[in-house]
Design a protein around this ligand. Structure first.
Ligand SMILES: NC(=O)c1ccc[n+]([C@@H]2O[C@H](COP(=O)([O-])OP(=O)(O)OC[C@H]3O[C@@H](n4cnc5c(N)ncnc54)[C@H](OP(=O)(O)O)[C@@H]3O)[C@@H](O)[C@H]2O)c1
Length: 327
């Protein structure tokens, strides 16, 4: 497994991490035993970076990661969690010190740690990015020993560029995948120059970029890929990366067609994100075998020019018109 140094974190992270949203809810049910199997499969395959959030199953995902951490104390694992989405209403003013202390205390308990390795603001409203107090209160959490490092999860490249003005920002989590190339223009170069780690989320466009779905595929009723297809319940970019499902299925067939011999299309999609310079890529998994297959993408060779050009063509011709103006 390749690893990448992130100077603002003061450590290196595995090029493939593990997303843990599936282990909480909003997807087809993943049982507690399967959740542990997914986490251990990832760690056994060399993954050292795990991403969760307080809101995933209201602590269920964090508790699963906490139980796993207790079993793997010496595995050099880093856990990133997120806070902010338990605020109701979800307004800029909710990002204040009292809430930060309450949310991080709950995450510390769920994860069973004194100090959280990395806490990310969970896609705050755009207006909040210009409020200096939102960042200053995070510095207070560091001084109090509740958190070691802080980062932001963002929806747009503009939000990422604003957050990059903060000198102690450690990481930016953003949607970056074969169907979402806009971070390549400004965010990746600026973050890498500053030593800020880019955490690439939704790397498989909610599974589309595995190439396994067709126009007739359906998902469980409780799965956001059923109830958020039109973006009416949650930010639409988080479901299929904001790509209309049928458009994504068709484009994924073309990605499958350029997949190198012996690789899966999911592995090609993950290898591309490593190749463009993300610090870590965090695919979610609903089964342990997916975690193993995804981790294996962290030791594949680089992509050749012809494949890179084809992936760009597919994006330019089929996808850009649906996403580039939004995020
Ligand atoms: N706002 C935020 O900060 C935010 C938002 C979204 C996600 N995230 C984080 O990012 C992580 C990744 O994003 P995501 O989970 O939404 O989407 P994703 O990683 O793009 O897609 C995950 C889905 O892809 C399929 N899959 C995974 N590995 C596969 C493989 N090897 N072969 C075939 N199919 C595979 C599975 O679908 P099936 O279940 O259908 O098999 C899985 O549920 C999350 O888990 C979470 O930690 C953060």
């Amino acid at each position: 497994m390749r690893s990448n140094d992130v100077s603002r974190l003061g450590r290196s992270v595995s090029a493939i991490g593990q997303g843990c949203w599936q282990l909480g809810g909003d997807w087809a049910e993943v049982g507690d035993d399967t959740a542990q199997e997914v986490l251990h499969a990832a760690a056994d395959s060399g993954v050292t970076f795990f991403d969760t959030a307080d809101v995933y199953g209201t602590g269920r995902s964090e508790r699963a990661v906490g139980a796993f951490l207790a079993d793997r104390k010496d595995a050099g694992i880093m856990v990133a969690t997120k806070m902010g989405r338990l605020a109701d209403p979800h307004v800029p003013e909710a990002y204040n010190l009292d809430n930060y202390r309450r949310w991080t205390d709950s995450s510390r308990e769920n994860l069973g740690v004194e100090t959280l390795d990395l806490v990310q603001l969970h896609c705050p409203p755009t207006a909040a990015f210009d409020i200096p107090q939102m960042y200053d209160d995070l510095r207070t959490l560091v001084a109090e020993g509740r958190i070691a490092k802080w980062g932001v999860s963002v929806e747009t490249t503009d939000e990422a560029m604003r957050a990059l003005e903060e000198p102690d920002l450690a990481t930016i989590q953003i949607i970056l995948n074969v169907f979402r190339r806009k971070p390549l223009d400004r965010v990746l170069p600026a973050a890498n120059a500053a030593g800020v780690g880019i955490i690439a989320r939704v790397p498989l466009a909610s599974g589309l970029l595995s190439g396994k779905y067709d126009e007739h595929t359906t998902f469980a009723p409780e799965d956001h890929r059923t109830w958020n297809r039109d973006g009416s319940k949650m930010e639409i970019g988080e479901t299929f990366a904001g790509v209309p499902f049928e458009v994504g299925v068709e484009a994924a067939r073309e990605v499958a067609a350029v997949t190198p011999e012996g690789w899966t299309t999911a592995q090609l999609s993950l290898a591309w994100i490593i190749a463009v310079g993300a610090a870590t890529v965090i695919p979610g998994a609903s089964r342990p075998q997916q975690a193993r297959d995804n981790a294996a993408a962290g030791s594949l060779p680089g992509l050749d020019e012809a494949t890179l050009a084809e992936l760009k063509r597919i994006y330019d011709e089929r996808i850009a018109q649906h996403v580039a103006h939004r995020w």
